[in-house]
Design a protein around this ligand. Sequence first.
Ligand code: ATP
Ligand code: MG
Length: 177
Amino acid sequence: MSNISQGLVQIYTGNGKGKTTATFGLAIRAVGHGFRVYIIQFMKGRDDCGELEGLKRLQPECRLEHFGGQGWVHKGEHQEEHIHAAHKGFLRAQEIILSGEWDIVILDEVVNALWFELIPESDVFELLSKKPSHVEVVLTGRNASQALIERADLVTEMVLKKHPFEQGIKARLGIEY
Ligand code: ATP
Ligand code: MG
C-alpha cells in the first residue's frame, strides 16, 4: 500500500455548519483507496453522535475516539475535567501522528479546544513540525488563529448564512449529531 504522496495540513473553521462532517467525507474517500484514517474528537463528551456507530462500518481502516468532559466549557473558567480530557486527546493525537501508521489524522474540534485554552497552541505547532511527511493532518473548529491559518496548507472557512437553530429548531438526530 502506498502512502499519501505529500501529507499537508488542512483546517476547516468558521461559524457555519459542515466542518466536522466535511472530515467524514474525506475519510470515506481515503478509505476507498485503502488509506488509514484516525479521527480524534476533542470536547465531545456525549456518546450518542451517529458518527461513533457510522464510522465503525469503515473499520479497521478508519477509527474514531472521542475525548471530552460533560457539559459546556466557559472561557476563562477552566473546569479541570475539560482540560484533562483535552490533554488526554492531545497525547493520543501525538502518538497516532508520530507513529506514521495512519495516513490521515483528523483532530476534530481541536481548534475550539485551543480557543478555550484547554491545550497550548505551541504544543500543536510542535506536533505539526514533527509530523511524518506522508501524514495528512486535518484540524477543525471555530475561531482558528491567524498563526494556525498561516501554518496550514488548506484552509476552508464555513460561513453561516442560515441555520435552522435561528428558527428555534433544536439539534436533530442524524443531522446535527
Ligand atoms: P457538523 O458537525 O454538522 O459538520 P460543525 O462541525 O461545522 O457541524 P460545530 O461548530 O462543531 O459544527 O458545532 C457543533 C454542533 O452544532 C453540530 O451539531 C452542528 O451541526 C451544530 N451547529 C453548527 N453550526 C451551528 C449554528 N450556527 N447554530 C446552531 N448549531 C450549529
Ligand atoms: Mg464540529
